[in-house]
Each structure stands twice: as C-alpha cells, then as structure tokens.
Design a protein around this ligand. Sequence first.
Ligand code: GDP
Ligand code: CA
Length: 304
Amino acid sequence: MIVVLSGGVGAARLLRAFEGVMNRDEITAIVNVGDDLTMHGLTICPDLDTITYTLAGLNNEELGWGLTGETWRVMDELDALGGEAWFRLGDRDLATHLYRTERFARGATKSDVAAELAHRHGVRERLLPVTNDPLATIFVTDQGDLSFQEYFVRHRHGIPVHSVRFAGAEQCSPAPGVLEALREADRIVIAPSNPLISIEPLLSVPGVREELRRRRRDVIAVSPIIAGAALKGPADRLLRELGHDVSCVGVARYYREVCATIVIDELDVDRRAEIEELGLSVRTTTTIMANREHARALATEVLA
Ligand code: GDP
Ligand code: CA
C-alpha cells in the first residue's frame, strides 16, 4: 500500500499516473481540506472533488477544475439575480455539493462522503480527508485575513501574502485511518502539490508531521517547482513571498525533515549536489505529466 499526501490538481495527476503502474486498490490519498468552504449553505471540498473527478475521468481539462461537459445555468441565473456568483459552481458540480451537504445534515462525516462519492464514481483508490474537523487556510495580507477562496479566486492569487496560517489545526484530530495509513504504508509520496498551502495543512494536523518524521526514509516527494517556476498557480510566488528559495532546492529544504528522497525534473539536474548536501537523495526524470507516457515514467520512478 502506498500513501499519497495530496492537494488538488498536481496530486490528482500523479494519482492518475499510478493507475498505469500499480493496483488502484493499494493507493490511499490523504487529502487537504484547508481550501474547503461553505457557499450558498453548501459545503464544498475542492481538493477532494478535483481528485475524485480526475480519477473518475470526469475532470474538466480546459478549466483545470470542475467537471467536463459542464453547464452554468444556475450560476448565470444567480448572477442575474445579483447573488454571489464570483465562485463559479457548474450545474453538475452543484449536485456533488448538494449531496455532501445533505449527508452532513444527516450526521455523515467528510470521510463518509468522500468514500461514497468515490464509490459512486467508480474510483477504487481510498480517499481520506486529513481531518473531519474544521481546518481553514488563512492568508494574511494588506487587506486583512483572507479565506482561501477570497485569496485564490476573488484576488486571483495576485496580492502579496505576509503569512499563511491554518485555523483549527491545533484542535483538530486526524480523520479515521490517516495515522494508520501513514504507519502501514510501504511508501509515502508527497505529491507535486503546493508545499505551503496544500501539503503544509496536512502536516499541521496533530500527529501527521511526527509520523512522517518517523517514516522519513520511506517518504519521497515530487517537486512541483520546475526550473524555478510552478506549472500552475501561486506556489512560486508564495515561496518567494514567504522567504523560501523558488526552486527544487527550496522545496527539498522545506521537506528535509519529513522526507529522504526527492524527484526533480531533468531540467534541474544541475541542482542535484545542492540537494544532496541537505541530506536528501535525488532522482531525476521528466516530472511534467504532459502526456500519459511522461506521467507513467514519473509514477514508475516514484515507485522504483
Ligand atoms: P491545487 O490544490 O489544485 O492548487 O493543486 P496542488 O497543490 O495539488 O498542485 C499545484 C501544484 O502542482 C503547482 O505548484 C504545479 O506546479 C504542480 N503541478 C501541476 N501539474 C504538475 C506536473 O505535471 N508535474 C509537476 N512536477 N508538478 C505539477
Ligand atoms: Ca487546493
């Protein structure tokens, strides 16, 4: 069994890549919930949904989020009514949030709903939210404390961030199965997700960082930073703003306590020695999952 510490898109792509090289039933994803929000009274779990949709082959490739073949009649109508329509939710996607919210009202947990939705979509990987308790990523900016989606969607991650915190982290407990999975995994993979806002919230859940430290030798990370830039999103900008080196070396330094091996891109091969000096082993391959062949090569390298 392998465990994959997961954000959204970067993790979903790697999880899908594993399908070609190992048994899907032997993969457990521990998924970030720091981006989760309530909108129109509905609970939305963007990273869990991205992973579920991607593994079901239903993800919208053009948008990079949501479902394929989506329509927007509800949002358009809401906009026309003067309602809050800045956070776009497609018509089909809304069904997911209606389903989840109704199940919560009947006492189900995030773990229950993640498993149910995965099952309905034929996803065989086990998807575990890192916690069932409230955990919210907050961006401290000149405009005050912003919620994840205010920063990400409303401001298009275009304003300076002074710091990031995870409200609720100290009080929350790992969801059922999370620590057990980390203890029992043959290998733990840190997906090429945003270190500061996708992986750090997972590490901030009591017990998770400690377990990773203990398993350090079996933990392998894939760098989301290639040739000094993120493929998508604000990982590079946030690393810079929060004082980290914007490179695979910066990522390695960030993870060095919890991870013994890092996979970096071929384009960064000249940084290998710097990372080795930090006490990590380095593997090099194509890490851009631009097509099936490259994704498979990366998955193979991670499992080697
Ligand atoms: P989000 O929660 O949807 O924002 O996604 P993640 O945090 O999981 O992933 C965002 C990160 O994934 C960005 O920093 C990207 O650079 C990285 N990423 C996306 N696709 C790839 C890929 O094919 N290869 C690698 N190495 N990184 C990727
Ligand atoms: Ca996310």
